[in-house]
Ligand binder design. Sequence first.
Ligand SMILES: [Mg+2]
Length: 173
Amino acid sequence: MEIYVPDIYQENIYKINYDMLLSRGIKCLIFDLDNTLVTIKENTPTEENKKLFKELKEKGFKLYLVSNSIKTRVKPFHEELKVDYIYSAQKPKTEKIIELINNSKFDLDEIAMIGDSMVDDIVCGNTIGITTILLDQLSKSEFPFARIKRSREKRIQKKLRDNDLFTKGRHYE
Ligand SMILES: [Mg+2]
């Protein structure tokens, strides 16, 4: 069950203590897109997204966007936020992210995966062995492929809560 438990759990991307991540040696952030950066109704980055990404780059972070969504969905974010990206990433499968990491100059302990899906983002990051940061989903609206996974995730969250491993809604760093 530990594979589902994030290292850090926060409300949203704006609540993460990025300076604390820097002090822990994290230099590279891999962001999920849907329900992490924006809701599925938004097709381009918000002003807040742009401001945050600009600030994070100024702090020295290398940023990536890694999404299970298709190219047409992810590309506008890659272009406007000016970050490298992977579309159709197939999280929780690790192949494409490991390839990205191998092509980067970062060690596993310098990388954090940030996303709203326990069964995709957190399992993927924990399998690889990087820092994992779970966020509350921005909206209850999901693409159909994500909706199926979400019901599985709810059952897992109940098990985690019953075993005192993780409680949704109780944020921590
Ligand atoms: Mg997501």
